[in-house]
Design a protein. Structure first.
Lengths: 337, 337
């Protein structure tokens, strides 16, 4: 992978600092709103919600909403609610995903379901989803609400589709594209679009941010799927090889299976969806993937999406925020190196 | 119980027929919308959703929305979307509840999670919730959306609260009241209120329907909780004694424990939350409950709520629909006889 390490990697890291600085004031309001809206007189609700929320995560999605709002220069304040709603939708999805996937770890700590159980994780996810819609309603803008409601159904559909494809070695690249578009890129797209709405963007600006968010989300998920095999558990907050053991048909597996010989296919099939896959069996699968350059080719696809995300920004006025959004796309793909 | 059988039981049964007839045209549109909105290109989504939807259920909640809209005489068509959204929210809750409670049966058939698994049940529930909000957005009315979004969070909170009280023999009547208000009555209340909004009700009319829906929902849940011990599995679509085995602190248990002697308390505590409770142990618990007239006293409370529901209707203009809504409240409590 080192050979792919881009020269603008350093510029990318700088971009994150610049994005954090440019959105710091707004994100302060968003974080306060997130904490206050996780409150409930039912103790277990804020306990569980805060456990997940305070584990942090990158807050990339709400930051995208805020950045998009500031980009168009006429931010009216609605972005605070939208950003918090986007983060709540994301957290609701994480809670439900961990139940669906029987995951033990999330953001480097035991998953909430390990501590509070599956039932509470399902229900607190529902609570966060309800709060997300309530925060949207409070802004009084139906078009933004429609964007997020539509996203909620597409995300759930995508998760079901992914579930139906688990362990299915005939899963195509197109199927994978559909899954990651629905389950990940749709929320990035919605986050960017509702930000644009709050920022007073015209239809051209909204369309540009839709494309930017979508392509950024696709790149982000492909990189995430590569890191699942290559990252370290500590950095990722998950266990390396989780996707393999859960039978998730991600791009590195699909690309490898397409070219693997019968012996290699058999080794992969034995580990796919097998929770008891050993570390040595995982290492063997990873070696096969590297032999077929599956990680390198996956990252190349991610880079192509980043290119399209950056190109979409041509549709919005030139500004420092636009430069940051362009560079940040580069940064997120650089995580894979 | 026979001694409680009210003289207006027969009028009650007639009321259901009258309600069905008065809402038939509107419910035809609602049912068509429900089926079309359960569609998805991801096969498992409509399969699972239709399995639950076609099992029927009484469609009481959407019927309440439609009836409330017609009651005020200025129904503008939005009630179709609202009613379908209410039913989707209800079905989403059922899917998640069955996962939370490990339930095997629902509406007289194996629960969806037994056929498609817990993961698909969680995700299709999320899909239905998203579709519910989308249908609300399409009507373009923010106040109705706010009512349903608020209801969604309260329902989830109530379910978490119930979960935290499972097997807790110190659960009070007030705790129980809070649980059923949140998890059941809130949706009845919202169903009636959004119907009133679609019907062009003024604030007095809306407030009347809020109270009517709330009190009807409270009565409905108390009766349901009585039937869990007294109903037959076939009629209820669930197994008799499920609540006891799941450790649910419902009104009959709470009223019994308050007056039970130590020996009786011990017998109940041994079965509460014990999935292996035998039929004979269940019969023993039921005998103790009857000794303390827990079912009769529960039904009395339900009757009091029905009285308040009917009284609330004084706030809306006299009409045949108002008579039907008054009688139907009586009918639903008559199920307990």
């Amino acid at each position: 992978m080192a050979v792919l390490a881009a020269a603008n990697d350093e510029a990318g890291v700088g971009a994150l600092d610049r994005l954090l600085a440019a959105t710091a004031d707004e994100m302060g309001k968003v974080n306060a709103l997130i904490l206050s809206r996780a409150e409930s007189h039912v103790e277990m609700v804020p306990q569980l919600a805060r456990y997940l929320i305070e584990a942090g995560g990158k807050r990339l999605r709400p930051m995208l909403t805020v950045a998009a709002a500031l980009l168009f220069g006429k931010a009216d304040g609605a972005q605070t609610n939208y950003a918090a709603a986007v983060e709540f939708m994301h957290n609701a999805t994480l809670l439900h995903d961990d139940v669906v996937d029987d995951s033990d770890m999330r953001r480097g700590r035991p998953a909430a379901r390990i501590i509070w159980g599956n039932p509470a994780s399902v229900l607190v996810g529902d609570f966060l989803l309800g709060q997300a819609f309530l925060m949207m309603v409070e802004t009084g803008k139906l078009d933004a609400l429609g964007v997020l409601a539509k996203a909620a159904t597409i995300i759930a559909e995508g998760e079901v589709f992914q579930l139906s494809k688990a362990k299915d070695v005939t899963t195509s690249e197109a199927d994978y594209g559909e899954v990651i578009k629905a389950k990940t890129a749709t929320l990035f797209q919605a986050a960017a679009e509702v930000g644009a709405i709050a920022g007073g963007a015209d239809e051209t600006g909204r369309a540009a941010m839709r494309t930017y968010g979508l392509e950024l989300g696709l790149a982000f998920q492909i990189v995430d799927d590569v890191l699942d095999y290559r990252g370290e558990s500590g950095a990722m907050g998950k266990n390396t090889g989780d996707d393999l053991r859960e039978g998730k048909m991600t791009l590195p597996v699909i690309l490898t299976l397409r070219e693997a010989n019968p012996a290699e296919r058999e080794i992969i099939a034995a580990s796919l969806g097998n929770v008891d896959t050993s570390e040595s069996a995982l290492a063997q699968v990873i070696a096969i993937m590297e032999r077929h350059n599956a990680f390198g080719r996956s990252v190349e696809q991610a880079r192509a999406h980043v290119g399209r995300a950056r190109a979409a920004l041509a549709g919005v006025p030139q500004s420092e925020m636009r430069n940051i959004l362009s560079d940040i796309a580069e940064f997120y793909v650089s995580r894979a190196y």
